[in-house]
Design a protein around this ligand. Structure first.
Ligand code: COA
Length: 379
């Protein structure tokens, strides 16, 4: 980072099917929570950035930057950014750019999405806007369908069994039991995941992150200090269309963003004490861990089998419950992941990793076309 960026704290709504709340209600609630948690004055906020993908399509509300700015008495500059499921991570990166360039000293970052007021088919087709409309769209694939292709390719290439894949979702569901903000707070054994209804072969219902409403907000500052600093904020991208990729079992965007983040922070991989990982589909978690070098290609499942991904393991994953069990309100996810990392470092996490000092948030947009990595450390 060009100068120290501190995470002052944040707030979030519960994630879930929140029929009694509009997109505006969710944003207001997360912003109020963030301001109350950090005890800054609303007028201390110099700029607002919101990450959102589908406000116009699913909540009839676009122009969200100014909507958020209107919640503050002094109407600071504000903008909305979009990078599909990585919209939240991109919002944080944009806030860092404003802070590092001295355009602002304190920035309110929000991620929000309201998906459940419209029919599921509309959400499914709107989410496909994250893929390449000319090359991938005409195939008729959906996101569960695309990740099912990656799962089929991966399972064939590395001989991964259906029951092994179920270990990934089981871990997230176990963690979410203690998280009051999570959509699904029920422990689900791997055997039940393997038997859940088929969505897109080989992916079953319990391999998929759900359709979710929710919002999260964070306050970042170069002026006000806290015990948690952002050590790196990086974006990686790669070809939008799957047809232009050399591989569908690895995402270059993650490799690039992670390597650049380690170099920006001056960390080594094994400095990281916990990871919030973008488990939009169970197979994705294995791919991400391999792309970041936590396991050789085809072997990430061993981390789950050996207990390395558990709360007391070498590499605890998704101690919040991840996207799978917390839910995945698209634009909110990347902001909520960094809030969870902040909670981990300030001992407010629902599942606390002992002596966690350095943590990672990995947020993915599309089928790995965009990746943001945020590294946070306690100081
Ligand atoms: N995990 C756990 N439970 C889930 C769930 C999930 N992913 N999705 C739904 N459920 C539960 C519901 O709560 C409901 O339970 P209930 O009957 O007790 O109320 C039941 O399963 C059926 O839910 P329903 O909403 O009818 O499911 P659906 O078939 O309409 O949708 C998916 C299921 C998996 C197709 C949908 O959640 C989906 O498309 N997920 C992926 C979203 C996506 O692509 N995001 C972008 C990622 S890149």
């Amino acid at each position: 980072m060009l100068q120290p960026v501190y995470v002052l704290g944040g707030g979030q709504t519960k994630f879930g099917e929140l029929w009694d709340f509009s997109l505006a209600d969710l944003i207001r609630s997360a912003v109020d929570g963030a301001i109350a948690a950090t005890k800054i004055l609303p007028t201390d906020i110099d700029a607002v950035v919101i990450g959102n993908m589908l406000g116009g399509e699913t909540a009839e509300q676009a122009h969200l930057g100014t909507f958020c700015s209107s919640l503050l008495p002094h109407h600071p500059p504000a903008l909305r950014v979009e990078a599909a499921c990585a919209s939240g991570g991109i919002a944080i990166h944009t806030a860092c750019a404003l802070l590092e360039s001295n355009r602002a000293e304190t920035v309110l970052v929000i991620g929000a999405e309201k998906l459940t007021d419209v029919a599921g088919e509309l959400v499914t087709s709107a989410l496909m806007h994250a893929a390449d409309a000319e090359k991938d769209g005409p195939s008729g694939l959906t996101f569960p369908g695309i990740f099912a292709l990656t799962a089929t390719a991966y399972m064939h290439k590395y001989n991964l069994s259906r029951d092994d894949l179920s270990l990934v979702s089981a871990l997230s569901h176990k963690a979410a039991v203690k998280n009051p903000y999570a959509q699904f707070r029920k422990e689900i054994p791997a055997a039940s995941i393997s038997r859940s209804p088929l969505v897109a072969d080989p992916l079953r219902l319990l391999d998929c992150s759900p359709i979710t409403d929710g919002a999260a907000a964070l306050i970042l500052s170069t002026k006000h200090e806290s015990g948690v600093r952002l050590a790196a904020s990086q974006i990686g991208t790669e070809a939008l269309s799957l047809t232009d990729r050399a591989s569908i079992t690895s995402f270059t965007s993650t490799k690039t963003a992670f390597a650049n983040a380690l170099s920006e922070a001056g960390w080594k991989r094994n400095d990281i004490d916990a990871i919030e990982l973008h488990d939009c589909f169970s197979i994705a978690s294995l791919i991400h861990l391999e792309d970041m070098g936590f396991a050789p290609e085809g072997e990430a499942i061993q981390l789950y089998k050996q207990g390395d991904t558990d709360i007391d393991g070498a590499c605890p994953i998704n101690t919040s419950g991840g996207l799978k069990a917390c839910g995945h309100p698209i634009g909110a996810t990347g902001v909520k992941q960094v809030l969870d990392c902040f909670k981990q470092l300030t001992k407010q996490a629902p599942n606390q990793v002992q002596n966690a000092k350095r943590v990672l948030a990995h947020n993915l947009g599309g089928v790995g076309a965009t990746c943001t990595i945020h590294l946070l450390e306690s100081i």
